[in-house]
Design a protein. Sequence first.
Length: 362
Amino acid sequence: MTFEQTEPTLFGVIESLKEGLVLYATGNSTEFNNDEYRRLRKILLSTEQLSNKLPEFIKQYRSLDEFWGYIKEVSGSYAGRRQYLGEVFNPLLDELETGNAAMANDYSELEVIGSGGFGEVKRMKHNLLKMDFAFKFFSPIFANDDERNLERFFREAQILFRLNHQNIIKIYDVGLLGNKPFIRMELFEGKNLNQVLKDHGRFPINKSIDLMIELADALRHAHEIGIVHRDIRPSNIMIARPRQVRVIDFGLGIYLENELTSRLTRTGHNIAGGHFTAPELINNPKLIDSRTDIYSLGAVWYNLITGSVPAGSKLKETLHSVEGMNDEIAEIILKCLEDIEGRYQSMQDLISALTKVKSDLF
């Protein structure tokens, strides 16, 4: 008999751990090893919805040797140990299964409001609260059998709960339905900047500066708590009247890095977001550096006021052809688009420059 891994949903991880510990506790010590125990234990301990409900011995014992000393004291017979582990794990499995079913019943799907390589975003109505939320359902991250992805998803998603800024979309919950990870978010009724440009044309200089200050402040907040967006582009910025702005889609690296890597394999920059991604990030998708967001924000600003993307050798000439442009504003935009060492080194530096130019001109 060999130890077989079940489908790596949370339910599957708990089943795998239970099965492995039963094997180990009943004399099949070669069928379940320390590496597997530690891997499964780490996933469950990193999952907020389960960490407080796990058996105390899982929280306490870091190795199978420690577990063996414990389970021998629980019962001297294989049957007793098997029964004990069933009594410990089965209620947790039942609760998780019931919880998934209950959640599915709590919400009604209204429509798909977005899709991409990550999966899709759906408008979902809470049937009791009569409120709509945005659910971002990610494509299963387990198809390549690298179950470490499950741990990474929850670790990265939990970090997003620290975002608390009026111009950043609010995250309410993360979890799994079946084997699909999801994030439940604030539903923001607005248009992204691509849609706004299409419907209303280029932004006037004064309105663009106001918007950049709000966006830069949102990203400053994220950077201060260690979160870099890495995918700032017009489609990830939403606006609505009156003067409501949201940065959306703070990327989970597990998905974003694959998307950035795929951009390297495509011809040219005729791709979504390609012109808004810092060159050093395209070259190294795993790079986490707040200055990449500064480049992207400068590229978005350039796009808003010129109607074109920042490509080619005539960026300065194009900027100066915009009505109301002056040297001071153009220099701020171009500095954002410099090589990484030449651009602003922090969002606060950019905010200071924006605030000064607004004060001087308006």
